[in-house]
Design a protein around this ligand. Structure first.
Ligand code: ATP
Ligand code: MG
Length: 283
């Protein structure tokens, strides 16, 4: 049974459970247990605070974990990042009081910076040759300047609303994070086989997220041109309609190209175009 550590509550919890569901791993999370087994896959989930996930994976208590890349880099405990998952995106940025004039990193020389990410910040300051004092705060970092504890902060920023509410402005984006799948790098053969299956399923979910399934009616004369516009994976499916001279075409298109393709298809006579989300796509 492969054990995977997930955040028990917080910003990543729902997306993690949704991803497991999408790859066909059903976890009954309704009882809010610390450890929950999947009903249909050899996996059990250990629910933890996100801070603890890198270490629990590094020592092998869980073989895999899902956590923000920011926690992985901050904890620096030798886990392997196996896959970026495309949710939980945020940046960790330096922010200063909005009344300050900012002309570059030299502003931070000799200043006090409050953060919950001292390791990432130390690395950044050293790389840039800035000597600043790091004040470690685990709670609400953004109040530190107003409270006189620090001159600036280094913290997670998403919309920026919290900064504005605290009279701060973002001046440097230092680190881009997203949720990642991590491994201890030391899996049994059984766990490796389960991980391979998980990665295979995640890949198909990721591909399908950017695709749309399109079906439409086409006059027979437009078939060749339509197949050129929408080549699909091998070639589009064409099925004759009951009305003679007409076909139903089924194909898959990249979301980015959806509207330009629809325009081209309409121009050659396509009608009743239907677009649907793709749930899984296995090449
Ligand atoms: P825990 O109780 O598990 O320790 P937490 O309060 O430390 O939770 P959350 O606020 O739930 O953490 O955030 C978890 C992760 O979500 C962050 O480490 C980060 O990777 C990601 N994240 C994405 N967007 C944001 C955001 N706007 N603010 C904070 N974290 C975000
Ligand atoms: Mg935490």
């Amino acid at each position: 049974m492969l054990r995977i550590a997930l955040q028990s509550k917080g910003r990543l919890n729902e997306d993690c459970l949704a991803l497991l569901k999408e790859i066909g791993v059903n976890i009954d999370d309704s009882k809010r247990k610390f450890l929950a087994k999947a009903s249909n896959f050899p996996v059990e989930v250990l629910f933890l605070r996100d801070d603890d996930i890198p270490q629990v994976v590094s020592c092998g208590t869980a073989s895999l974990g899902i956590v923000g890349l920011n926690e992985v880099v901050e904890k620096d405990c030798g886990v392997e990042v196996v896959e970026r998952l495309g949710f939980g995106g945020c940046s960790i940025s330096l922010a200063i009081p909005k009344s300050e004039q900012y002309e570059g990193l030299q502003w931070f020389e000799g200043k006090r910076i409050a953060t919950s990410y001292p390791n990432i910040l130390r690395g950044f300051l050293e790389k840039n040759g800035i000597a600043a004092k790091i004040e470690v705060i685990t709670g609400s970092v953004e109040i530190a300047p107003a409270a006189g504890i620090a001159d600036a902060i280094f913290d997670i920023v998403s919309s920026g609303g919290t900064l504005v509410a605290n009279g701060l402005k973002e001046v440097e984006k230092v680190f881009e994070s997203e949720a990642v799948l991590i491994s201890s790098g030391n899996l049994s053969d059984d766990d490796k086989a389960v991980l391979d299956e998980i990665l295979f399923r995640i890949a198909s979910v990721k591909v399908s997220r950017r695709k749309k399934y399109l079906l439409m009616n086409l006059p027979e004369s437009a078939i060749d041109e339509a197949a050129r516009i929408l080549p699909a994976m091998r070639s589009p499916t064409m099925m004759p309609l009951a009305a003679s001279g007409w076909y139903s075409m089924h194909s898959v298109v990249d979301e980015d190209e959806l509207w330009s393709k629809i325009r081209q298809l309409k121009a050659i006579g396509a009608e009743s175009i239907l677009g649907e989300n793709v749930d899984k796509l296995i090449p």
